[in-house]
Design a protein around this ligand. Structure first.
Ligand code: ADP
Ligand code: MG
Length: 244
């Protein structure tokens, strides 16, 4: 197994006989942007749930900065530096954008004295500094996605897992989110994202992992993965892979 900021080694998760993740291994290099793609139900969110401790693996190991994190509690994993932007954000809707992000800073790695600075910086990185005093319930869907990323990075993790941050966004909003992820990486954070918009994935990713029915069927540079016949058959070639 090669070293990386995050290494996943023969990871499996069965839900009553369903192999949601099956013997998946990979390593994530520091300061890279990796996209995880695959059809609906492929196991992408389960993989994030396993890495963040929301779900216990049936088998396999996860290491973060060389330390075994398999089986640790979610808050412990967050404290060690894995931040997650959820697919469905649940902000405190009556609190301001600033207060929501500040809560991320309070519960993360930032020391008490760093909370204000971390909050401000996270708002700026996520491109929502101008919305800081708005109540969260005044935000558009796109702005809420930015708030969720700001809240996640305010925990000061050095690995950000972003689950479909562009889902439901229009092309302009998608481009804005991709810019945010680039800025986050430029700030020193390693990014792993689940994303369906292939032009965005091809543009932003150093590397792409492809999951299909719980198995890792490809792992490589964007051009390599896009021309992989197995990937085309499983995903890229199928029309409307995310249609319900
Ligand atoms: P993706 O995010 O790639 O769309 P998921 O990881 O959400 O896929 O789901 C992978 C498979 O695991 C699906 O068949 C899903 O129904 C199943 N699954 C996910 N979470 C659970 C759970 N907590 N209990 C039972 N089955 C689950
Ligand atoms: Mg999912």
């Amino acid at each position: 197994m090669s070293t990386g900021i995050l290494t996943v080694d023969r990871l499996s998760k069965n839900f009553r006989g369903l192999a949601a993740i099956a013997e998946v291994s990979f390593a994530i290099q520091p300061r890279s942007i990796t996209s995880i793609i695959g059809p609906n139900g492929a196991g992408k969110s389960t993989l994030f749930n396993l890495i963040t401790g929301y779900v216990e693996p049936s088998a396999g190991e996860i290491h973060f900065h060389g330390r075994r994190i398999t089986g640790l509690a979610t808050n412990r994993i967050a404290e060690l530096g894995i931040a997650r932007a959820f697919q469905i954000a649940r902000p405190f809707r009556d609190l301001s954008v600033h207060e929501n992000v500040r809560i991320g800073a309070l519960f993360g790695k930032a020391g008490a004295r760093d909370v204000a600075a971390t909050t401000g910086k996270s708002l700026e990185l996520a491109g929502i500094g101008h919305l800081a005093q708005q109540p969260a319930n005044a935000l558009t869907v796109g702005q809420l996605r930015h708030l969720e990323v700001a809240r996640a990075i305010a925990t000061r993790g050095d690995l950000l897992l972003a689950d479909e941050p562009c889902a439901g966004l229009n092309p302009t909003e998608t481009a804005a989110m991709i810019d945010v992820l680039r800025r986050v990486r430029a700030d020193g954070v390693t990014v792993v994202l689940v994303e369906h918009d292939m032009p965005s994935v091809m543009e932003i990713s150093d590397r792409i992992l492809v999951l299909d029915a719980g198995r890792l069927i490809a792992d490589g540079a964007p051009a390599e993965v896009a021309s992989n016949p197995q990937v085309i058959a499983a995903y890229l070639g199928s029309p409307e892979p995310e249609a319900a």
